[in-house]
Write a protein that binds this ligand. Structure first.
Ligand code: AMP
Length: 215
């Protein structure tokens, strides 16, 4: 099974992808995570991507499609893929078709997480993660049980994404509206698009996605 989670920044794609990984043994392929790792490691891709990401703009199609292609090549054929934050442009959607074909895979579902944009800014600007285990938190909606200590691993170090500030979030949303939302009709023609209410409780969103995957 190969699926795309589509939705604006903060819609919950990453959170839901992690849950599907835990429950269904699928693999999350997040170009955002791959790019952040490249920036941290200072690779040539990271050096190119850093300023673009900090501005909330899109990294080149060639770079992200190459990351996805390499990642799929390194994956076992029987493991399902969850594309999170990719494709983001029509050119990437076309590339993904080619990459999947090369690997004898096909796209089963495109799941769009629908959300209210005003709520997204609050969601995104308040979010942070444990620096050690990656568990996600939120200033308002999900604080650790003991202030300053990760519920999952006990670490006291947390981090925020540099692009999770209001100005950059607005640019990321504009990029989504202008370049990513228009790829939906490309998949609608194939009858593989489903919509889920991304403003619902996290568990309800997971249940709705799992119901779609079970068909
Ligand atoms: P994300 O973690 O998916 O929100 O991505 C963070 C940032 O990485 C985006 O704002 C872009 O600058 C860049 N990025 C991630 N995925 C892509 C993609 N598929 N195409 C272009 N840029 C991307």
């Amino acid at each position: 099974m190969n699926i795309i989670l589509l939705g604006p920044p903060g819609a919950g794609k990453g959170t839901q992808a992690q849950r599907l990984v835990e429950r269904l043994g699928m693999r999350q392929l997040s170009t955002g995570d791959m790019l952040r790792a490249a920036v941290k490691a200072g690779t040539p891709v990271g050096l190119k991507a850093k300023a673009v990401m900090e501005a909330g703009e899109l990294v080149s199609d060639e770079i992200v499609s190459a990351l996805i292609s390499d990642e799929l090549a390194a994956m076992g054929d029987s493991t399902g893929a969850i594309f999170d934050g990719y494709p983001r442009t029509e050119a990437q959607a076309v590339s993904l078709d080619g990459i999947l074909e090369q690997h004898g895979r096909k796209l089963d579902h495109v799941i769009e997480l629908g959300v209210d944009e005003d709520a997204l800014v609050e969601r995104i600007t308040g979010r942070y993660t444990c620096a050690k285990c990656g568990k996600g938190y939120h200033d308002k909606f999900e604080r650790p049980a003991k202030e300053g200590v990760c519920d999952k691993c006990g670490s006291t170090e947390f981090k925020r994404r540099p692009d999770d500030n209001e100005e950059t979030v607005r640019t990321r949303m504009a990029e989504y509206r202008a370049k990513t939302a228009p790829i939906l009709p490309f998949y609608e023609q194939r009858g593989i698009v489903s919509r889920v209410d991304g403003m619902a409780e996290m568990d309800a969103v997971t249940a709705a996605i799992e119901a779609i995957l079970k068909g």
